[in-house]
Each structure stands twice: as C-alpha cells, then as structure tokens.
Design a protein around this ligand. Structure first.
Ligand SMILES: *Cc1c(COP(=O)(O)O)cnc(C)c1O
Length: 409
C-alpha cells in the first residue's frame, strides 16, 4: 500500500490571490462600468531587452544546425554564464567566487524551495515575517514546520519586520538553526544596511546558523552602500547560500533563469559533529534531480551582462522605479506612511487609523477602483499594511494615484 506524504495535507491553501480575484469579480459584476486598475500585479510587464532577444534568436538558430546543436548541457549551467555572473555580479563588489560555486537554475523559486533538502528535517527554522510563501511551504512539505496553531507553525520562528525595527528582524532570542532573509524584500520593498546584515552574519558564525539569502531584487538597489549580496559581508561565505533570479532583473519570469551560490567555505555539521561542505551535496542533488535550464535561456541571460544588455535592462528597471517614485511621493503627499519603493518595485503602505489590511483593500477597491494586495496575506506581521507594485504601466500608475487622491479629498 502506498502511503501519502501527509505533510502535504497540512498545507493551508494559499487563498490570497484567489480571494482578491473573488472580491474584484463580485465588484465588477455589480459595477460593470468601473475601470479597475491593479497595483497588485506581482509580475513584470515590460518586454525583454533587445540584446536578450538577439542572443536568444542566435541560440535558436544554433539549435537548428547539426554543427552547433546542443543537447543536454551541464546541470550546473554553462561556463560562459557562470563566468559572466562572477565577473559582473560579484567581482566588482570585491567578492571572489569560483564557477563551481555558482549553480545556474530555472529561476529562484525552485532553489529557494529545494535547498532545504540539504539539511535534516528536525532543524528549526526562522523566517522574516511577512515573507515570500515558498520558504515556509517547502518546509511544511518535508515535515519541518510542526503543527499549525492559529495560522502559525509551531517549529517556525516568525521574525517580525515592522516600523519599530525598520523592517529588519531582530536576532532571535532562542535557538534557530536556519534563517531565511530576503533583501530587497518582497513584500515590504525595504532593504538592509551592511551594518544590519553584518549583525546577522556574525550571529550566524557564532551560533552555527545557516542563512538562506534571497537576493532576487538586488538589481533594484539604487544606492551602492546597500549590499547587493550577503557575501559583501566578511565571513558570510561560511554561513550563507544566496539566490538570484533574472525574473525581476530582466523580465525573465516567462523565460526562466537564475542562479544559486553555494560557497565551498560553507560547512554544516552532521550529528556526530563532523562538518561537511554543502557545495558537493547541492551539486549531487542538482545532477540527480535537475537537467539544467535551456541553452537558449542561458544565452539570453549572458546577454544581460553585455554593455548594451546592461543599459537596456537598466532602462526597464528605471521605468519601474519611476513608477514607484511617482506612487510613493503622491501617497506620502496624501498623508500615508509609505515604506519601500526606493530600492525595490514594492511599496508597503500602512493602513490609516489602524484599519485591517482587508478592510483597506475593500475601501480602495470600492472607492478608487484600485486593487492592492492585503499585507496580512504575506504573514501575521503584514496585518495593517497593503502592498502596491510598480510593475504596471505609467498611465495606470498615474491614473490610480489620481483616483486615490480624489477618493481621499
Ligand atoms: C519573484 C521572486 C523570486 C524569483 O522567482 P523566479 O522563480 O526566479 O521567477 C524569488 N524570490 C522572491 C522573494 C520573489 O519575489
């Protein structure tokens, strides 16, 4: 008899976007003339950069000729891309990596979900709250999250990020073995300074804690004092695995490519105290369960690092960040407390008068016909906030802001 992995049965359905759609649809049915604008979109909207397209077209042509056809590639990614990553994303920031420490993937979601296979099921986990749901859900699936009590998992330590701590969690006061951090952050759009990140790295070194660091939004950072990589902090290679993605950087949400860094200096103890590198384990895991992302995608990713590619990708990021700036300034002008939106495509807006996230979501929908995402959908510490994204087009952002202003007047 086959028995099910019943940890999957513990997963609570993520109703957030379904619930939003339901409320929007009901409103549409009763107000068919309303022109609803969504500032809730979590996907990029601008097309791929011409340099990327050109590289991908060329790669497709290579696939069509027997001399240049490519079959299975290296599971860890082609050297041309691994080398371009090190040369462009790390060397200029003083971070030395070897290509064998960079694993190209099909986007950061798979690896942020899969990485926990490398550590025992009974490690305790700390997550910044609010968060990207993949971190907790992947731990539930393997039985590491414990039991759900009132929407919180017993073996997960929630590290609240709020106005009091500038959206950087405090070091936990009890033992955790693994910590997930994401900066620039989704959903709050906030960043971490080198000083604050150093506290986490020092804590991890001292207490033998493993950090999973999600840097999916690093290309939105506008100020070079803010760390793009945790490895900018001395000693971080001993304790951290880092995830990158071309999804938000270069509009690759539909192309699929990213990479994970597993430094050779990083070791984790076995029960008998012997320490092992995670790098060869991840290599083995990838070679067994993953067959690489497509050659065409990897050539497209490589093109992001060409001089034209860099310029074109930056133009798109600037477009989204101008949207963010327009929305941020207008909302601050309306008296809202707004966080994020300066180094990330997300604005985290405090609801006025202590209203709940859902109540404010409804008011904005009914009065301004603008859709946002209720912050509580990203974790308990998100209550009392809403998330706006700057991934829409300029006209919609401006129109939405005008309506919000009129609604509040
Ligand atoms: C969008 C996003 C990712 C990237 O996902 P892909 O699988 O690379 O498309 C990773 N982490 C966070 C927090 C994200 O918001």
């Amino acid at each position: 008899m086959a028995l099910i992995n019943d940890h999957f049965l513990k997963l609570t359905k993520n109703y957030l976007f379904a619930d939003i759609a339901k409320k929007v649809n009901i409103f549409k049915a009763t107000n068919p003339k309303a022109n609803i604008i969504s500032l809730g979109i979590g996907d990029v909207t601008q097309p791929l950069a011409p340099a990327v397209l050109e590289a991908m077209h060329k790669a497709v042509d290579e696939m069509g000729s027997s001399e240049t056809f490519r079959g299975y590639g290296p599971e860890q990614g082609y050297d041309f891309l691994r080398e371009a990553i090190i040369k462009n994303d790390f060397a200029p920031r003083g971070v030395k990596l070897d290509p064998s420490e960079v694993f190209v993937n099909d986007g950061a979601k798979s690896d942020t979900g899969n990485i926990q296979e490398l550590v025992r099921w009974d490690n305790s986990v700390g997550v910044a709250d609010p968060i990207y749901p993949v971190y907790i859900d992947s731990n539930i699936m393997i039985g590491r999250a414990g039991i759900n009590q009132d929407g919180r998992w017993s073996n997960i330590t929630y590290l609240p990020c709020n106005e009091q701590n500038d959206f950087v969690p405090s070091i936990p006061d009890h033992k955790v073995d693994i910590v997930y951090l994401c900066y620039p952050n989704n959903p709050t759009g906030t960043v971490i300074t080198k000083e604050e990140l150093k506290k986490w790295v020092d804590y991890a070194i001292k207490n033998d804690v493993l950090i999973f660091y999600d840097a999916a939004y690093e290309s939105y950072i506008q100020d070079d004092k803010i760390p793009h990589s945790i490895y900018e902090i001395r000693g971080a290679k001993k304790v951290a695995i880092e995830f990158h993605s071309y999804s938000k950087t270069a509009g690759f949400t539909g192309v699929r490519c990213g990479y994970t860094v597993v430094p050779k200096e990083l070791t984790v103890a076995a029960l008998d105290g012997t320490r092992y590198q995670l790098n060869p384990l991840w290599e083995r895991r990838q070679c067994t369960k993953f067959n690489g992302t497509s050659y065409i995608s990897q050539r497209g990713a490589e093109a992001i690092y060409s001089p034209e590619g860099k310029k074109q990708v930056k133009e798109v990021i600037d477009y989204y960040m101008t949207n963010a700036k327009i929305m941020r300034e207008a909302l601050v002008g309306c008296g809202f407390k707004v966080y994020g939106g300066e180094h990330a495509p997300y604005l985290w807006v405090k609801t006025p008068n202590g209203e709940t996230s859902w109540r404010f979501f409804e008011q904005m929908l009914y009065s301004a016909h603008v859709v946002c995402t209720p912050g509580v959908g990203f974790g308990p510490a998100g209550e009392g906030y809403i998330r706006l994204t700057s991934f829409g087009n300029r006209e919609n952002c401006e129109e939405a802001i005008d309506r919000i202003k009129k609604w509040l007047m």
